[in-house]
Design a protein around this ligand. Structure first.
Ligand SMILES: [Zn+2]
Length: 220
């Protein structure tokens, strides 16, 4: 297994979908894969990156691609290098993630960013990649990628927040939620460990009625 030190973030610079029949961008994903695979097979310079004889295994430059609805498409297998950031050393040591869309022109949907954050946190944990090594393509070479509307600072901040949460923080959050729900009469006790869907419906219904009865104010 190659040593993974970086995660590099990209946009595709294309439309995020192929129209109403392609809501999650699958057709764009497949088109990018087709282009990159054909180039890898045809062009000899890629031999530097792809093990000799494995050209046919080359799928796409990125290891993951994320569509506008947050669907994550698997690209190049992690153990294989992808030619995605124009710097040989970085390519050899990185995972490339590409969000479908052109963020020089549009702001990425929140659901797509949330999927990126979840995926990145998983990868950071799994491969022990430092958060400061999550970089944009433009941090590596001279390019606009991933576009001026890509909310990089917010993404890094959110990843830090999520990763910084301790078990105690989560427990405190749960305790606070319990106290609030009891006080508002949404729920009376916590004897039941498992909540089935019927019980959850009752709880949500009470919550909705509570919100309606207070005109939207929770009455803390
Ligand atoms: Zn890029």
């Amino acid at each position: 297994m190659r040593e993974l030190k970086y995660i590099i973030l990209h946009h595709s610079g294309t439309p995020a979908t192929n129209g109403i029949n392609d809501p999650d961008g699958k057709q764009i994903y497949e088109a990018i894969c087709r282009n990159h695979h054909e180039r890898a097979v045809k062009e000899q310079w890629l031999i530097n990156y792809v093990e000799k004889g494995r050209e046919e295994d080359y799928i796409v430059d990125y290891h993951f691609l994320i569509g506008p609805t947050g669907k994550v498409f698997e690209g190049q297998p992690i153990e294989m290098v992808g030619y995605h950031c124009g710097n040989k050393i970085m390519n050899l040591e990185s995972i490339g993630i590409c969000l479908l869309g052109d963020f020089e022109k549009i702001i990425p949907p929140q659901i797509q960013i949330d999927a990126l954050i979840d995926l990145t946190i998983d990868l950071v944990k799994k491969y022990k990649i430092p958060i400061e090594n999550i970089k944009r393509h433009k941090d590596v070479v001279n390019t606009d990628c991933p576009g001026k509307y890509f909310p990089y600072a917010k993404i890094i901040e959110e990843i830090k927040n999520e990763m910084g949460k301790s078990v105690e923080d989560y427990q405190k959050e749960i305790e606070d939620a319990k106290t609030t729900m009891v006080r508002l009469g949404i729920i009376t006790n916590f004897d039941q460990k498992e909540v089935d869907i019927e019980r959850l419906s009752v709880i949500l219904n009470r919550l909705i009625n509570k919100i309606k009865s207070t005109g939207g104010a929770y009455g803390y």
